[in-house]
Design a protein around this ligand. Structure first.
Ligand SMILES: C[S@@+](CC[C@H](N)C(=O)[O-])C[C@H]1O[C@@H](n2cnc3c(N)ncnc32)[C@H](O)[C@@H]1O
Length: 262
């Protein structure tokens, strides 16, 4: 199995639970921030999932194309679009956000909620920046929203276990194994209940610090235009737990005058 198909299989397991699990999260600030940057669009979302953010953007009149590794996450997106058709198109293709070729340029490409960390090697994350750069219009923006690894608690000094929910007939807990050498965190969420039975929901991430993401951008011919701590535009500081980073194409180097020393 390739990394993409392994991640796709993991997210197929999450697909029936994802919308309910994220129902309490307010994605309007994300959609509003992205719509501001993209104008009329269209936009490309990497790891679009069930379309949580894309459908909110469609409400603002911005069409969204997405790529996702999980056929079951995409099936949920398609079922929602069929049941409650959005104002403008929301469509998704199965694929790898590390390496893709859509034959189309976008004014805005985004990857939200630390989804870039689901590419589990540095090579794949660099490839993702390169693929995004190739699909960006000359004045386009690539937006990465992600956790700051240690400040957010994604990477901790020790392996840990967290009880998330507990009642008379239901228990949900998560275990994390952190490998600082590979910058990876392997997670397993266990759910047990009299109604739901027993479920294991695995996850694997490779985290990267903001500065490493900026270097990946440079390798792809992009530069950091601005970084904030959130979608409201609060300043990014040494205590920020998350960041919203906006990249654009590097300006072309001025040509050396003929005969000038290199
Ligand atoms: C945390 S969910 C985010 C979904 C959506 N962006 C949202 O905010 O609700 C991460 C998504 O990334 C997808 N994914 C993981 N690895 C991928 C890869 N290599 N290529 C494309 N999608 C991938 C998963 O299938 C999953 O749907």
């Amino acid at each position: 199995m390739t990394d993409r198909t392994e991640q796709g299989a993991r997210w197929d397991l999450w697909a029936p639970h994802y919308d309910q699990d994220t129902a309490g999260q307010d994605h309007q600030p994300t959609a509003a921030g992205l719509a501001d940057l993209a104008g009329p669009g269209p936009m490309l979302e990497l790891g679009i999932g069930t379309g949580r953010i894309a459908f909110a953007l469609a409400e603002w009149g911005v069409p969204v194309t997405g790529i996702d590794a999980s056929p079951r996450m995409i099936a949920r997106l398609e079922a929602r679009a069929a049941q409650d058709p959005p104002r403008v198109a929301v469509r998704a293709v199965t694929g790898d956000m590390a390496r893709f070729a859509l034959g189309e340029l976008f004014p805005l490409i985004y990857v939200s909620v630390s989804t870039i960390f689901l590419l589990t090697s540095q090579d794949d994350q660099v490839a993702c920046f390169r693929s995004a750069a190739k699909h960006l219009r000359p004045d386009g923006h690539f937006v990465v929203e992600a956790a700051v690894p240690y400040a957010s608690g994604l990477a901790t000094e020790r392996d840990q276990m967290i009880v998330r929910e507990m009642s008379e007939d239901h228990l949900k807990w998560s275990a994390f194994l952190h490998d600082a050498a590979t910058q990876t965190v392997r997670a397993q969420e266990i759910r047990i209940g009299t109604e739901e039975g027993f479920r294991m929901l695995p996850n694997l991430m490779r985290y990267a610090h903001p500065a490493e993401l900026d270097l990946m951008a440079q390798l792809a011919g992009l530069r950091l235009e601005r970084r904030t701590a959130d979608w409201a535009g609060n300043p990014f500081t040494s205590t920020s737990t998350h960041h919203v980073s906006v990249y654009s194409h590097l300006p072309a180097e001025p040509a050396l005058p003929t005969g000038a020393p290199a």
